[in-house]
Design a protein around this ligand. Structure first.
Ligand code: GLN
Ligand code: ZN
Length: 791
């Protein structure tokens, strides 16, 4: 049988050494020229195409490189540039002018992109940046296209076309990858009033046709057009619009490969297979649907690209299992079968071979972007009648890794599994209901009405980070480091006393990152040296790897918490990262359900919680900022997820006595539609972001009676601006209209680690003043009522 065609969706553009990050930031700081930034980009593209072609892929991608974000590049391509970011925009343009920009902007360059993404660039006037939000259920953030009624689009910026020519000139067979029109509109946001984004489709399609024609002219035989929204529950109007859109885009050159990823097509399968395109790509890793279902319904002239190597995780593919899975459809489809990764490799680090300090056994279980590209090629060769020796050797190596993962004592720990089996419903319930607990807690803590607190971290100054670097490098002894951190804690406690906060924190000086700090102390976690993944723009994260059963060899935070509490008579909160956040901000195991991993982490945290309680820490906060992120893309799967997520949180929190007060914290996501699950966590107190969404969350409480204590964040910590007392009082008054005042706390909306001390102290001083004003208003209000009653 003939060769199975292979292709790539996209390679991590940042570079193995984060070269792009460095070049971007140097350019933004004015330390490097535009030419040197462009040169770095060119070198990276050339290198990445070479790597993928050498890995054996038949088609390498273009359109995956971006100066900031690929959705932003597409907006620029169609001239969809907010008027405030256009060249020569008036200096005063804060937000959009009254007249919306309905015509495309023809004058787009790299600085335009940076003004849109960051609000400023070396050239042009600063103004508010475009909104950024999470790309489906990944940790990557894209720039949200701004859309106006009756807006028009036209080919205005040629980066994707130019880079396609560039790759072809280097001798590569290329396949440009662009986001499709329906996903583009779906992911956009309407500005200047609400209207139906779908109404812009007919204005947008001609611009797509222009782009496709230009790509064909540049020499692209195939164009991959991504419609990831096909894995969502779509309103009928959107689903129906696909047919119209793709009939309008129908072309012979280039041929279109319609790509879907991050889930199963479910109700959209019929739509997807029937569209007038030359090929369809499906994510066979995330979709639980048997491949056969798709093949059965695929028109006989179409290519089916199967994404079988996981583009979202770092595990080596079990080549034998996958080859066997594919062999039946390979027989049916023959040359019509293509192979690829499940989605773009944007979401994984670049090259495993860079990792020189990973344990060799663990390393043998992993694959990063480059290794995954090779796996795709090997799979194609294994499907041929006479696989070459290299492919056979790769298969043998994969077998070995799969076997050692199944049996390794590094992964499977009997004690953890036995403990997991022994969990009962009692373990996920507090002894008493909230109403009783809060009385006991109040009697112990004696807090005023509107107690004030913060979310946990205080400024991570350069001095703190320098001390940590020196310690890691061995220039500072562990004892010296310890005492430096103690000084920081003492200073942070003293400042909070001075400001007059009611519930203090130790400030998290000793933590580099809220997940890494705990992961480094838990068994079952590993850390890479170079495993960077782009989060947005020039920002990268290095997620830990959960590879085995998780357990806690020893207490992680008790020493620090005990020390901090010894410095004050006010309660100092113990501070932990919750099981769901520990899970979602890591690369997780694929050999057991995530729910199981979450429970293991929860048990480890539970031990920490009870150790803190035993050390006389009266308030313990378990942060879960990632709770909402884990929501499945299909609503029908939400409840099952929320059930296990809530269960894991409760397992971590419920080992304590009634008197111990459990806090949690969440931020920067839509909470309104999961508010019941948040209540089900049964934390005694939640501090939650509300200030950026202007109290949108509070509206949810008109319908839903949130039962426990809650601190709606009263100011946005992302801005160095010092909030006014009045604005915080009025936000709390809004809260008071929906929630009993006895239940309310006063706090910022997130941790303060990215801020400096001067604005932090000023802001918190105002916040404490706001709480005092609220207390005064309350007590005078109270007196008046009593007087009236007495009359
Ligand atoms: N306790 C953490 C902090 O204050 C919480 C961070 C977060 O919500 N992302 O930094
Ligand atoms: Zn937060």
């Amino acid at each position: 049988m003939s060769h199975v065609h292979t292709h790539s969706f996209g390679f991590p553009r940042i570079g193995a050494d984060r070269e792009l990050k460095r070049a971007q930031e140097a350019y933004w700081r004015g330390e490097a020229s535009l030419e040197s930034l462009e040169e770095t980009g060119r070198i990276l593209r050339e290198h990445h195409w070479r790597l993928q072609a050498d890995a054996g892929l038949d088609l390498v991608p273009t359109g995956d490189f971006a100066w900031y974000d690929q959705v932003l590049t597409l907006s620029a391509t169609f001239g969809n540039v907010p008027s405030r970011h256009r060249n020569g925009a008036p200096a005063s343009s804060e937000g959009d002018p009254v007249v919306a920009p309905r015509a495309p902007c023809r004058d787009v360059d790299i600085d335009t992109l940076f003004r849109m993404a960051r609000g400023r660039a070396p050239v042009g006037e600063p103004s508010a940046a475009c909104e950024m939000t999470k790309w489906f259920d990944t940790n990557y953030h894209y720039l949200v296209p701004e859309l106006h009624p009756a807006q028009t689009f036209a080919l205005s910026y040629t980066q994707i076309i130019d880079e396609t020519r560039e790759a072809i000139a280097l001798g590569h067979a290329v396949k440009p990858v662009i986001l499709g029109p329906l996903s583009y509109l779906w992911l956009g946001k309407e500005k200047s009033g609400s209207f139906d984004r779908l109404s812009l489709l007919d204005n947008l399609l001609p611009a797509y046709n222009e782009l496709l024609a230009a790509l064909a002219e540049a020499g692209a035989e195939w164009v991959q057009i991504d419609e990831p929204i096909l894995v969502l529950d779509l309103p009928d109007a959107w689903r129906q619009a696909f047919e119209h859109a793709y009939h309008t885009l129908q072309t012979h050159t280039p041929k279109l490969l319609l790509a879907t990823y991050f889930g199963a097509l479910k109700d959209n399968l019929a739509t997807a297979v029937q569209l007038p395109v030359a090929g369809l790509h499906i994510d066979a890793v995330r979709s639980a649907e048997p491949l056969r279902n798709v093949v059965d319904r695929l028109p006989t002239h179409k290519i089916l690209s199967v994404g079988i190597v996981n583009g979202r995780n770092i595990w080596r593919t079990d080549l034998r299992r996958v080859r066997d899975e594919l062999s039946e459809i390979h027989e049916r489809l023959g040359q019509r079968l293509w192979l690829s990764t499940s989605c773009s490799l944007l979401h994984v680090p670049v090259d495993l071979n860079r990792e020189d300090q990973l344990d060799p056994e663990l390393k043998s279980w992993l694959a990063f972007a480059l290794q995954k590209a090779r796996e795709v090629s090997v799979l194609s060769r294994l499907l041929s009648e006479a696989p070459d020796d290299a492919a056979k050797a790769a298969l043998a190596e994969s077998d070995k890794a799969a076997e050692s993962r199944r049996t390794s004592g590094r992964i499977h720990r009997k004690a953890v599994q036995e403990r997991l089996c022994a969990i009962t419903a009692r373990d996920t319930h507090r002894h008493s209901a909230f109403a009783q607990r809060i009385k006991k807690q109040q009697a112990l803590l004696q807090l005023p009405l509107y107690p004030t607190t913060t979310i946990g971290s205080f400024p991570q100054t350069t001095a703190i980070r320098q001390a940590r670097r020196d310690w890691k490098r061995g220039d500072l002894s562990p004892v010296e480091y310890q005492s430096r951190m103690r000084e920081e804690i003492a200073d942070t406690i003293a400042r909070q006393e001075q400001i007059g906060l009611d519930v203090l924190v130790h400030g998290e000086a000793e933590r580099n990152d809220m997940v890494e700090y705990f992961g480094e102390q838990l068994d079952g976690y590993a850390f890479t040296r170079f495993g960077w993944v782009q989060s947005y723009g020039s920002r990268c994260v290095k997620p830990p790897i959960i590879f085995g059963d998780v357990s806690r060899p020893r207490a992680m935070t008790v020493q620090w918490a005990r020390y901090a509490q010894s410095l004050s008579r006010k309660p100092v909160k113990g501070m932990l990262t919750g099981p769901i956040t520990m899970l979602f901000w890591s690369f997780v195991r694929d050999d057991q359900p995530r729910a199981t991993t979450a429970r293991q982490i929860a048990l480890a945290l539970r031990d920490e919680v009870t150790d803190l309680e035993a050390a006389d820490i009266k308030i313990i906060q378990i942060d879960e900022p990632a709770l909402r992120e884990g929501l499945p893309l299909h609503r029908s799967e939400w409840q099952a997820y929320l059930d296990w997520a809530v269960d894991a949180f409760r397992l971590s929190a419920c080992g304590v006595n009634d008197e111990t007060q459990i806090h949690t914290h969440m931020c920067y996501s839509e909470f309104n539609d999961i508010i019941d699950a948040i209540a089900a966590l049964d934390a005694d107190v939640i501090t939650i972001e509300t200030s950026r969404s202007q109290g949108e969350l509070l509206d949810a409480f008109e319908q839903f009676q949130y039962p426990n204590d809650i601190g709606p964040g009263v100011y946005d910590i992302h801005s160095p601006n010092v909030p006014e007392v009045e604005s915080m009082v009025s936000l709390m008054e809004g809260a008071e209209r929906r929630l009993p005042k006895e239940r309310l706390w006063v706090n910022p909306d997130c941790g303060l680690k990215t801020r400096g001390w001067p604005e932090t102290e000023a802001a918190l001083t105002h916040m404490v003043a706001a709480a005092r004003q609220l207390r005064r208003q309350h007590s005078t209000g109270h007196t008046t009522n009593q007087n009236i009653d007495g009359e």
